[in-house]
Design a protein around this ligand. Structure first.
Ligand code: F6P
Length: 376
């Protein structure tokens, strides 16, 4: 029987646990099922450019605990890829390269965007299996994604550290936590770190409610507070002025920056924390309390994966190896309860998992006195 060949790629934002997953897929494929295993470099970009790494015996050793991805990654959409300065649909090129490499299946590790790219290839007849990775925990049909546990630990530790300095200086510290348009990371790290206010995209906040929570704490003699704010959190839509102000202020701020130092204009989207800084200004005006802002940014994505992420990524990887060996394709491996399950890709792609408004963690937060910024 001809030796089978399986390919793997990592796409989208990196996260801790990707290497553990590559090892979890590759070891059984090469050592148990005697298959060939190749990796495409830099996500779907490497697939369309046919840039591969051939794994050999022992080449997956020593990577379990390493953060990032040994394959590299990119944020490319197959149907809208920039090639030679032009946006092109490169799906057919991806299909051709899959065939050139004589693949029996391609394994794609990624978040929401990757699941969409993967479905596109599955619909062209390729044998595809995906694994859900992202610190945002927003992939549908899985209770959890790998990378999330590590990022939660980093963000919770940051909140712990901010506590002591906030307390010493009697300040309010707003900490911006990643998560794209989902609040899982801010909510979990906020609860674990004992944040006094947690703001997530799923619950638009009232600036006045947040200010009230801070004032009340102050009146109770708590002279510091921590606000854990998800990067996607936003004020209630009824505060129309919020939106207007946001734009106006943005314009004014960049004008001011340009006027003050014309050669040194700073693109705030590179720095992060802009939303948080805007809220801090407003809260400072309303409460008179001294504010500081910390944006955790990419710190949350880097470094050694937690043991829980290594375990999850290894479980997902080995289940994936069994699936492709058995010839089951067009699925994502997810965790439901404590079971690894194969979910049809078309039920995953295009569906984001946000925090449901009846999620028990929300009640947990409220019951320990945390404001979610929505009180009347
Ligand atoms: O999806 C992971 C994530 O870290 C999000 O939380 C964040 O919004 C985004 O990626 C940042 O992307 P980039 O690394 O491309 O700046």
């Amino acid at each position: 029987m001809a030796t089978k060949c399986f390919g793997i790629l990592t796409a989208g934002g990196d996260c801790p646990g990707l290497n553990a997953a590559i090892r979890g897929v590759g070891r059984p494929l090469m050592d148990v099922y005697q298959a060939e295993f190749i990796g495409f470099r830099d996500g779907f970009r490497g697939l369309i450019e046919n840039r591969v790494t051939r794994f050999a015996d022992g080449s997956l050793s020593g990577i379990l605990t390493i953060g990032g991805t040994i394959l590299g990654t990119s944020r490319d959409k197959l149907h809208r890829m920039t090639v030679g300065g032009e946006e092109m649909d490169m799906t057919e090129v991806a299909v051709e390269n899959y065939q050139k490499q004589h693949l029996d299946a391609l394994i794609c590790l990624g978040g929401g965007g990757t699941q969409k790219n993967a479905l596109r290839l599955a619909e062209r007849g390729l044998n595809i299996v995906t694994l859900p990775k992202t610190i945002d925990n927003d992939v549908a049909k899985t209770d959890v994604t790998f990378g999330f546990d590590t990022a939660m630990a980093v963000a919770a530790e940051a909140i712990d550290r901010l506590h002591s300095t906030a307390e010493s200086h009697h300040r309010v510290i707003l900490v911006e936590i990643m998560g794209h348009n989902a609040g899982w990371l801010a909510l979990s790290a906020g609860i674990a770190g004992g944040a006094d206010v947690i703001l997530i995209p799923e619950i638009p906040f009232s600036v006045q409610a947040v200010a009230n929570a801070l004032i009340q704490r102050n009146r109770r003699g708590k002279r510091f507070s921590i606000v854990a704010m998800a990067e996607g959190a936003h004020p209630k839509p009824d505060g129309k002025e919020e939106k207007g102000k946001k734009k106006d202020k943005k314009k004014k701020e960049s004008k001011k920056a340009n006027a003050e130092s014309p050669e040194e204009t700073v693109d705030m989207s590179l720095v992060g924390g802009e939303n948080c800084a805007r809220l801090a200004h407003r809260l400072q005006d309303i409460t008179g309390l001294e504010m500081r802002v910390t944006s955790l940014g990419h710190l949350q994505r880097g470094g050694t994966p937690s043991p829980a992420d290594r375990l999850l990524a290894t479980r997902f990887g080995t289940v994936c190896a069994q699936l492709v060996h058995d010839g089951q394709f067009g699925v994502m491996v997810g965790l439901q309860g404590n079971e690894c399950v194969a979910v049809p890709l078309d039920e995953v792609a295009g569906n984001r998992k946000t925090v449901p408004l009846d999620h028990p963690w929300l009640e947990t937060a409220r019951l320990v006195g945390t404001s979610l910024g929505d009180e009347q």
